[in-house]
Write a protein that binds this ligand. Structure first.
Ligand code: ZN
Length: 538
């Protein structure tokens, strides 16, 4: 009896020691905004040993990670990573959406009841209140209030949504002042380490210099020539060529937004993250902390110049150095055996459609404004003149349901008429009514639209563009679709207890939150639909 009891106690101790040993002291979530999976391989040869290569070679590479909903945008992407669910449940249906109640466009992290902390601008009036579900950062805090959650990104939505509803701090870049700020939803004043970083005027320092290529420009063999018709330009610049004279651009425009379109937007993010590590003592005790960092500059650079540009390649080479620097700081501050890093992206991007067209690949440019007018004219021809459509937003038509009810016209039949008409528009490949989306069963792209479709917040008819089509200008690129160039993103795991290896198993972005939850022995986020990535946990 005594022996059995002793063995049982021994087993219990082994189990508890085992689970304690596996629990990291710090989880660092890195989101690279607009990073398509193939960029890892594309720029591999020019990466150093200590950034992306360290994560891939010494960590676990999930090579087949996809978004499982549309629209593939930044707000929904960050929400899905941290909530383990999709817009249909968390309600973050886009960055901006037409709000049926107020009849206006709303922004995914706007909160007019808050005040800005750290500047006199309005750019801090943010919170996570539109996210209807919990994040794994929330669940960590609900389990243990001693655990700290800090989130940082140039973009407010890239910081706010990962931080969840109750972070210890969430910080983003204020274009009005060039300072890192926060919201009264999260802090009552800026901590001294943020104030100190702001006072160092590093952003100004970067904007007082030039953006030259990190390597000899001949080495940018993956990219198109430095001058090409596929690129847009920086505000105030005539041509998109190196060197970019940031000093003259900034001194004439005084536009802090400029730093977002350069790799230095990522560098100041990394620098602030390192300050957070030190000052907030992240990963220093046994209460696991989370540091959520999102590198936004890659998205602005991708939008402006396109993925074929030397500027794009250079931004990734410099990000590689920033990641290496952050990892070294983690080694020094937290210790190699005590932290876990995951790296993924909030969406990918399509190659510039004009470049695709020049290479005989089907692609095109969609004119959403013309479509809205033509569609309204079509409904007017059927039902009499009127403002039948309130908005065309995120590839969804929002019908004027009040007017339809007033005229006694059946909404579902108008949705079907609208869907049929939408199918005649050039560049449209599919159209679904709200009824199709609520009741229908189908594969891609319908299944992705369904998971992005929130019954309360979404529109009446959703359309899908053909592959390679975008609603955007002729230079640079965008994202948002259900096609692989937008859904396929990197997924790297590295650090304490993570083995080396890779898998080609198909997995979904909603699988990250439950993986972290299991790693930390906390509840899954309440709306979670993902499945833990067992390869990483075993
Ligand atoms: Zn974007």
């Amino acid at each position: 009896m005594y022996r059995i009891k002793a063995i049982m106690i021994g087993l219990v101790m082994m189990v508890s020691i085992d689970s304690m040993a596996q629990k990291p002291k710090l989880v660092v979530g890195i989101v690279v905004d607009q990073m398509r999976y193939d960029y890892l391989n594309q720029y591999w040869d020019n990466f150093g040993e200590d950034g992306f290569k360290r994560l891939v070679n010494d960590g676990y590479n999930c090579k087949n990670m996809h978004y499982n909903y549309v629209p593939t945008y930044t707000g929904p992407g960050h929400a899905a990573i941290y909530t383990g669910t999709t817009p249909s449940t968390n309600g973050i249906i886009s960055n901006n959406w037409f709000d049926k109640e107020s009849g206006t466009l709303i922004y995914c992290v706007d909160d007019s009841s808050q005040t800005t902390i750290g500047s006199t601008s309005i750019n801090g009036k943010k919170s996570s209140h539109l996210n209807l579900t919990t994040t794994f950062t929330d669940e960590l805090k609900l389990t243990n209030m001693e655990s700290k959650v800090i989130s940082i990104a140039l973009k407010d939505r890239g910081a706010v949504l990962p931080g969840g509803h109750m972070p210890n701090g969430s910080y983003w870049f204020d274009d009005a002042t060039g300072k890192w700020i926060s919201s009264s939803a999260f802090v009552s004043k800026l901590p001294s380490w943020v104030i100190k970083y702001n006072e160092s005027e590093k952003a100004k320092e970067y904007l007082s210099g030039q953006w030259t290529t990190l390597l000899d420009i001949e080495k940018y063999t993956f990219s198109e020539p430095d001058i090409s018709n596929y690129e847009g330009v920086l505000l105030g610049e005539q041509k998109a060529v190196f060197p970019h004279d940031l000093n003259s651009l900034f001194s004439t425009t005084q536009n802090w937004n400029l730093i977002r379109n350069t790799p230095f937007g990522n560098t100041i993010t990394m620098e602030l993250a390192k300050e957070a590590l030190k000052a907030e003592l992240l990963g220093k005790d046994n209460n696991t902390d989370i540091l959520a960092v999102s590198f936004s500059a890659t998205d602005y650079v991708g939008h402006t110049f396109g993925p074929q540009a030397v500027e794009h390649q250079d931004t990734y080479l410099r990000l590689d150095q920033d990641i290496a620097s952050l990892l070294t700081e983690l080694d020094n501050q937290v210790g190699e055996d005590n932290y876990v890093v995951f790296l993924t992206a909030d969406h990918g991007a399509v190659r510039v459609p004009n470049l695709l067209l020049d290479n005989n690949i089907p692609a095109g440019y969609f004119n959403g404004i013309a479509v809205l007018n033509n569609t309204n004219n079509y409904l007017s021809a059927l039902h009499g003149g009127g403002n039948w459509i309130k908005a065309f937003n995120n590839y969804q038509f929002f019908l004027n349901t009040e007017l339809l009810l007033e005229k006694g016209i059946d909404i579902e039949s108008v949705e079907r008429e609208l869907g049929r008409y939408a199918m005649t528009i050039k560049g449209v490949s599919n159209a679904y009514t709200s009824n199709d989306l609520i009741t229908g069963k189908g594969g891609k792209p319908m299944s992705l639209i369904q998971l992005g479709y929130n019954q309360k917040r979404s529109g009446n008819v959703a359309i899908v563009l053909e592959p390679g089509w975008i609603y955007y200008g002729p230079t640079g690129t965008t994202h948002g679709s259900a096609y692989t160039y937008d859904t396929h993103v990197p997924m790297l795991w590295y650090g304490a207890g993570i083995k080396k290896g890779s898998t080609t198993r198909e997995m979904y972005i909603t699988d990250i939150a439950s993986t972290v939850s299991i790693m930390l022995d906390i509840s899954f986020p309440n709306g979670n639909i993902g499945k833990p990535i067992s390869e990483v946990l075993d």
